[in-house]
Every structure is written in structure tokens, then in C-alpha cells.
Design a binder for this molecule. Structure first.
Ligand SMILES: Nc1ncnc2c1ncn2[C@@H]1O[C@H](COP(=O)(O)OP(=O)(O)OP(=O)(O)O)[C@@H](O)[C@H]1O
Length: 231
């Protein structure tokens, strides 16, 4: 079963093409790393998958009865968020907002999901702390737990280890592997960390405006060796 099917996807901004003719079918339960140089279209692809921008041509289909609201999204963090007055718990449970519909309060299931994902992300002990007091790694785990609360089995992560030191980045990757394997979540992660990609991801999509490679990570030519085109 496919989680995402992208067919002939192109996106333009003001007449300039940022993504051209992207085609891939990602199996449910896969861990996809989206790689490519700055400006190659990685964030544009994520926004298109989320439905935040409209393709100029082509289509994106979600499989397995999943809907856009089942996507948990961790946006790229460009700077530390030190002005956020909410607690860790409040931020994590806010991931449930897409699921509560017209109900004006969180119910027992929302609180259960928040607790489960706080524990999964290893931040249960931090739940009453103010988000702005946390380290970068703890803030990322909080935002990941919020994305998990929003997710019905699909996670989109835009550079989740950016700004973290080597140890915090490794522990974030280990957590993502665990979520992919144990929680049966399909993960799509934009990353510049090419050295970690082959051991982390099951599939790789390499972009350069167009599609340089899509396939299993075992078949991906290492960037040092010069990537042979394989669309
Ligand atoms: N809102 C926008 N309006 C106009 N052009 C845009 C917009 N967003 C992105 N672009 C352009 O589209 C191209 C792809 O950008 P995108 O942000 O998707 O690249 P990226 O691979 O995520 O880059 P990075 O690794 O630097 O984050 C770039 O040329 C960029 O300048």
C-alpha cells in the first residue's frame, strides 16, 4: 500500500519553476529522506504534500484512506523560540486541534494521546516546564510530540536536527527510527545530513529542481561518487 503517490508534480512561484516533474510512490511505513542542495525544492515539496501550496501541474494522492489532517508536521526551526509562554504540555496537546472539530475543549482521548507522545518523545518529566526555558533539543522533542499528536500515521519533518549539537541530533534520529519502526508511522524527512541518510532512511528522494534519484537507500549513489540520474 502506498502512503503517498506523486505524479508529474511541478510547482512554480511567480512563473519560476521550483519543482519539475516529480514522480514517486512511497510505501506505507517507509522512512523517506528528501535531500538536495539549498534551493533544490525540498521545502517546496513538503509544502505541496501538506497542501499548503498548489501544484502548477501533476497530482499528489494519499493512500490507505489517509487524509491531509492525518499528517503531523514539524516545520523547519530557523531560530530558538524564546518568546513562547506556553508549557510543554499545552504545546503538545495543541497537536490535537485538527481532530477536535467543533468541540470547544480537549477530551480524554486528546489527553491520552498527549501523555503517550510526551512519554514517547522522552519529555514527560518536562511537561509543566515553559517551552522557552528548554534547550534546543528539548524544544525539538516537544514540537515532534505535537506533530505526533496531530498525526494519523504520517509525519513530515523539515530538517528536524538543524541547530542541535551532535549528541542531540543523534538522539533525535534514534527517536525518529523508533517512531518509524514501533509506531508504524510513515516518515518523510528533509535533511542536509547526507552522512546519516543511508543508515536512517529506507528510501531517498534527491532533488535538484527536478528529480535526481528516487528509490531504496541501498541503491542511492553516494553524493561523493557523483549521483547517476535515476528518476
Ligand atoms: N515563497 C516563495 N516565493 C518565490 N520563490 C520561492 C518561494 N519559496 C521558495 N522559492 C524558491 O524556490 C526554490 C526552492 O526553494 P525551497 O525552499 O523549496 O528549497 P530547499 O531545497 O528547501 O532549500 P534549503 O535547503 O535552502 O532550505 C528556490 O529557488 C527558492 O528561492
Amino acid at each position: 500500500m502506498a502512503a503517498f503517490v506523486c505524479s508529474g508534480l511541478s510547482v512554480t512561484y511567480g512563473g519560476r519553476e521550483a519543482l519539475s516533474d516529480i514522480n514517486f510512490e512511497l510505501p506505507a511505513g517507509a522512512f523517506l529522506a528528501v535531500v538536495g542542495e539549498n534551493g533544490s525544492g525540498k521545502s517546496t515539496l513538503i509544502k505541496a504534500l501538506l497542501g499548503l501550496i498548489k501544484p502548477s501541474s501533476g497530482s499528489i494522492r494519499l493512500g490507505g484512506g489517509l487524509k491531509k489532517r492525518d499528517i503531523g508536521y514539524l516545520p523547519q526551526q530557523r531560530e530558538a523560540r524564546n518568546d513562547f509562554p506556553a508549557t510543554v504540555y499545552e504545546i503538545v496537546i495543541s497537536g490535537r486541534l485538527a481532530h477536535i472539530g467543533l468541540r470547544p475543549f480537549y477530551d480524554r482521548r486528546d489527553h491520552r494521546e498527549a501523555e503517550k507522545n510526551l512519554r514517547l518523545a522522552g519529555i514527560w518529566e518536562l511537561r509543566t516546564r515553559a517551552f522557552r526555558e528548554l534547550s534546543g533539543g528539548q524544544q525539538q522533542r516537544t514540537l515532534l510530540a505535537r506533530a505526533l499528536c496531530a498525526s494519523g500515521g504520517l509525519l513530515l519533518l523539515d530538517e528536524p536536527a538543524t541547530g542541535l549539537d551532535a549528541e542531540a541530533a543523534e538522539s533525535m534520529y534514534a527517536l525518529l527510527r523508533e517512531i518509524n519502526a514501533n509506531e508504524k508511522a510513515t516518515v518523510i524527512m528533509v535533511t542536509h545530513d547526507l552522512a546519516r541518510v543511508p543508515s536512517l532512511a529506507s528510501h531517498i528522494l534527491e532533488l535538484s529542481g527536478g528529480q535526481k534519484y528516487f528509490g531504496e537507500s541501498a541503491g542511492w549513489p553516494s553524493p561523493g561518487a557523483g549521483s547517476g540520474a535515476n528518476a
